[in-house]
Design a protein around this ligand. Structure first.
Ligand code: ADP
Ligand code: MG
Length: 477
């Protein structure tokens, strides 16, 4: 039976590190890097007799994520101990949420291959991260810098039906979490990571097959590749009359294969029970609603508004909302100028170019929206020419000086006054009476020559349109 007779089924478990300054149950720093075991405390080290104290900033971020992902935020959730032995887990258990997680339900919407799709979320819970082992020759060293870092685990229902959709789901989820300031979205550093549960079933079947959980997926490309390779492996087993074993498998990108790590552990193996050191997490309606009131407009909604209300092309809307700070700055500039497409052109053109060139981000720009507005006004009022405006903007970008000052310092003001222009015209005509005759004899193209002469006389700063008008008038005689 060919591969095309099978359908892949995917459910994802995402671990997203919360952007808190300190750990979930201690004051130790969560900053990345640092000397091994520098960011630890007696709590992270699991010393006997110490007690965990819940970080309220982590709770706030979890509520924020739950609301953005359309979950029901639980007014009562519980902390559990999940027991296993590993040297990077000094307590011998991980504090997590099991029976009663902080968020239930919810959804993530994304653009799939056949249009907009929504994947249901099962739950979101909070938990602490473990440390890591560093293997050096024949010894393994323990670094507990990451131990106790707050994580959100976001579990999806098995709603995904292709590796491509799985990647789009993850990108959409990551965009939201980064947008709301809950996570930094870094797959390489592991602050946003994902395990993929994969099974296959025949098309039209309504019973899911046995799933395998894939680990070590630290880029979008690997996630797609691993899911496809694993689905093919499972189809081949079934086709040859075999049975898929439920297990945890490691993806090996070098060999482009998944291989068995361990058979799937059952929940009872972890001997979960409520942590006696921590009271249930109680969230008042007021606290949840207070967070809801602070919810920003989310990226998808904003993109739609840019297209529908501001009349921007979908492409512009996508670029402008790729980054929340960029989008927010765009809106402040738009408030100064009022013409969305004009502002968008400057953002996608000159501003993007200058940001790239200087390798800086929007939050580092030196100019204010009012100054940006002043540049556009100078163009509109013909104070500066088109090329002059680009020069003005580049200087504004580099220095943050007032546009009016830059115009003066750089001599960017166009001569719009008829006085000096008429003087220059009279001089140019007096210098070449032959060409004046030629014009009057019907060679009207010669006006170009005079525009050049006049422009030279006013130091290149004449308004070309006005020079042309005045010249035609004078040359006619
Ligand atoms: P565990 O904690 O043991 O990993 P869960 O019940 O929390 O188990 O499920 C983990 C993930 O597995 C969820 O994302 C879920 O959608 C997914 N899943 C469950 N059954 C299947 C299946 N048959 N095929 C693919 N994914 C599945
Ligand atoms: Mg799992």
């Amino acid at each position: 039976m060919p591969r095309s007779d099978f359908q892949v089924v995917i459910g994802l478990e995402v671990h997203a590190q919360l952007l808190t300054t300190s750990k979930l149950f201690s004051g130790a720093s969560t900053s990345f890097g640092g000397a091994p075991n520098a960011h630890t405390s007696i709590v992270c080290l699991g010393l006997p007799g110490v007690l965990p104290v819940l970080n309220q900033q982590a709770v706030e971020l979890a509520i924020r994520a739950g609301l953005a992902l359309e979950c029901t935020v639980a007014e009562r959730s519980e902390w559990s101990r999940k027991h296993y032995f590993y040297p990077d887990l000094p307590k011998g258990y991980q504090i997590t949420q099991y029976e009663f997680p902080v968020c239930l339900g919810g959804r993530v919407t994304f653009d799939g291959a056949d249009g907009e799709k929504s994947v249901r979320l099962t739950r979101i819970h909070m938990e602490e991260d473990a440390g890591k082992l560093v293997h050096e020759g024949s010894v393994s060293l323990v670094d507990l810098n990451r131990a106790g870092t707050p994580l959100l685990e976001i579990v999806s229902e098995p709603d995904l039906r292709s590796a491509d959709d799985a990647v789009e789901y993850l990108k959409s989820l990551r965009d939201i979490l980064v947008w709301i300031g809950v996570n930094d979205g870094n797959l390489e550093e592991g602050s946003f990571r994902c395990d993929a549960n994969v099974s296959v079933m025949r098309h039209g079947s309504n019973t899911f097959g046995t799933r395998c959980e894939l680990k070590n997926l630290n880029s979008f490309r690997f996630i797609k590749q691993a899911i496809e390779i694993e689905a093919t492996r499972q189809v081949e087993i079934i086709e040859s009359g075999g049975k898929v074993d439920q297990e945890t498998r490691l993806f090996d990108p070098q060999r482009a294969e998944t291989r068995s790590m361990r058979s799937k552990e059952d929940a009872h193996d972890y001997r979960y029970f409520p942590d006696p050191d921590l009271p249930p997490l109680l969230l008042s309606k007021d606290r949840i609603e207070g967070e809801r009131a602070k919810q920003p407009e989310l990226p998808r909604a904003r993109r739609r508004r840019y297209v529908e209300a501001l009349g921007l092309p979908a492409y512009d809307a996508g670029v402008l909302t790729a980054d929340r700070a960029m989008s927010e700055f765009f809106e402040r500039c738009l408030a100064e100028v009022g013409d969305a497409k004009q502002v968008s052109n400057w953002f996608m053109g000159e501003l993007s170019r200058l940001l790239n060139e200087s390798k800086s981000t929007i939050s580092q720009v030196k100019f204010t929206p009012a100054q940006f507005g002043a540049v556009l006004k100078a163009v509109k009022d013909s104070v500066v020419s088109g090329p002059g405006a680009k020069e003005l903007f580049a200087d504004l970008f580099a220095t943050g000086k007032e546009p009016s000052v830059i115009i003066q310092e750089k001599g960017l003001a166009q001569v719009n006054d008829d006085g000096p222009l008429l003087e220059a015209i009279a001089a140019a005509m007096a210098e070449s009476p032959k060409n004046v005759e030629s014009y009057r004899g019907g060679n009207t193209k010669i006006v170009g020559y005079f525009v050049g002469q006049v422009m030279k006389k006013v130091g290149g700063k004449g308004n070309p349109k006005r020079i042309n008008e005045l010249l035609v008038e004078k040359l006619k005689g």
